[in-house]
Write a protein that binds this ligand. Structure first.
Ligand code: ADP
Length: 495
């Protein structure tokens, strides 16, 4: 008997990919296409939604050429990114507004001044920030000619990237999303599990726009007859960070995963009970399977690896991101230099969309090496900010965190992370945790896996780092960071 294979559609911010996995998590084939980001104005970030679809389809077709015998598809995606399209023509009415986009900062500030944040937090677990989809949808409805009319006539559809891809894959038959993606829109009540009438009214969004919300493991329909070699069932779906949580098998209360790509996203599984963060984290649905929900606390940092890209591309520090490690190790310490990479504002736990980056503590003898080191150290300081908030909110102090993403190839960074957190840091044998998570959901949805324990049994540790920094050094370094980030956070209102 041939072994079951699962195709993971992994549509990320910087690229679209398709990966075929076996049930034990071995990747068999990969196809990838880089995706362009457009910056039409300061703080605006967009992508061409037609490209998102055509690139994804291209990748799916490439891997299916090698493995046509796929048991089921799983979909994972960049979250919050907002697409509105015409249900009759399938055409997007505007570019995809990407999660990083800050154009609705003033709208969010206005709602905050109006006293709406508390209500939003209690219903959605989210804070009022342009990051989430609701104000992006409102912006398109208010600014794009014809959009409001289409909406009024019931001809307009909203989706995050998962819904849009599913709609396209099923030839317009299925307009659905999953509970994790819905939980990032700021329109979904994550306690009652329904689109919230009051919030829809507040943002002026007609209900007819919205997709049906399903569990992460569900019947999401079948790919359109003539699109691929044959029709394939879609059986799993989750937003990228939740898919990584699943790929990292963080199924027990208190388990944490942190992903270091363009941004950094740390999630702590807090079990089956919804809890509002008292420390500026957000609460989301971690996964909902068989009608049972596990919640997560999440800390999102908008600039992680992007800080290394910035040193490479904008300042010409090195030719490749990997070289940052060698450069950082040329100096014995940071020499008092801190890089606060608030290039697109500060995310958790500061939530300041108007903050901008800064390099502080420069002295006459500071070099590129100190700045490179400061950029790598910043990953750890930012994670410590989040971990401290996790511990305060949950009352759980995890001894281990599981990490993944492009940046964990940097040994200096991971060692420093372990030192700064004073915790063990583990890297799994399969680095593609996001895509793997979606494949696992598809495996659950097609009966190959019976339960989450089957997934947990597959997880293997490839590398483990234990802390070796003394407490005084750690505290001194972190105090320096808190001062630096405080300056940046405060300065934004004065510059
Ligand atoms: P994404 O999925 O967000 O596109 P990846 O997980 O592929 O991101 O990670 C890419 C990011 O990691 C880039 O921002 C890059 O600068 C950074 N990166 C990759 N390798 C290294 C390295 N060895 N050292 C430091 N940064 C790295």
């Amino acid at each position: 008997m041939t072994q079951p294979k699962f195709l993971s559609v992994d549509q990320g911010t910087t690229s679209s990919r398709a990966i075929v996995f076996t049930a034990d998590g071995t990747p068999l084939a990969t196809a990838q296409k880089e995706l362009k980001l457009h910056y039409p104005q300061n703080g605006w970030v967009e992508q061409n939604a037609d490209d998102i679809w055509s690139d994804t389809l291209h990748c799916v077709r490439e891997v299916i050429k090698q493995h046509a015998d796929i048991t089921a598809f799983g979909i994972t995606n960049q979250r919050e990114t907002t697409i509105l399209w015409n249900r009759e023509t399938g055409k997007p009415v505007y570019n995809a507004i990407v999660w990083q986009d800050r154009r609705t900062a003033e709208e969010c500030a206005k709602l905050k001044r109006g006293g709406y944040e508390q209500k939003i937090v209690e219903k959605t677990g989210l804070l009022l920030d342009p990051y989430f989809s609701a104000t992006k949808i409102k912006w398109i409805l208010g600014h794009i000619e014809g959009a409001a009319e289409l909406a009024r006539d019931g001809k307009l559809a909203f989706g995050t990237v998962d819904s849009f891809l599913l709609w396209k894959l099923t030839g317009g038959k299925v307009h659905a999303t999953d509970a994790t993606n819905a939980s990032r829109t700021m329109l979904y009540n994550i306690r009652t599990h329904e689109w919230d009438e009051e919030l829809l009214h507040l943002f002026g969004i007609p209900r007819t726009l919205l997709p049906e919300v399903k569990d992460n493991v569900a019947d999401f329909g079948t790919t359109q007859d003539d699109l691929l070699e044959k029709p394939y069932p879609v059986r799993g779906m989750a937003g990228d960070q939740q898919a990584a949580l699943i790929g990292q098998a963080c199924f027990e209360t208190g388990m944490v995963k942190s992903t270091y790509g363009t941004g950094c996203f740390a999630l702590m599984n807090i079990g089956e009970e919804f809890k509002v963060s008292q420390n500026k984290l957000v609460t989301s649905i971690g996964y909902r399977i068989g009608g049972k929900t596990n919640y997560v606390l999440e800390g999102s940092i908008f600039v992680a690896g992007a800080a290394i890209q910035f040193l490479r591309d904008n300042l010409g520090f090195f030719a490749s991101a990997a070289e940052s490690e060698k450069l950082a190790e040329e100096v014995k310490d940071n020499g008092g230099v801190y890089f606060v990479p608030a290039l697109t504002g500060l995310g958790a736990p500061y939530w300041n969309p108007n903050a901008r980056g800064a390099i502080l503590g420069l002295a006459r003898d500071s070099t590129r090496a100190h700045i490179a080191r400061a950029a790598l150290e910043a990953q750890a300081y930012q994670t410590k900010d989040l971990m401290d908030a996790f511990v305060k909110d949950s009352g759980i102090d995890p001894a281990i965190i599981r990490v993944d993403g492009g940046l964990v190839a940097n040994v200096f960074m991971v060692k420093f992370l372990s030192d700064m957190l004073d915790r063990t840091v583990e890297i799994p044998s399969c680095a593609e945790t996001t895509a793997l998570g979606a494949a696992y959901l598809a495996a659950l949805g097609s009966g190959t896996f019976k339960n989450l324990e089957d997934i947990a049994g597959n997880w293997n540790c490839a590398k483990r780092y234990t802390p070796s920094m003394d407490a005084v050094t750690r505290e001194t370094l972190y105090t320096g960071w808190k001062k630096a980030v405080g300056v940046v956070n405060h300065a934004s209102s004065n510059i």
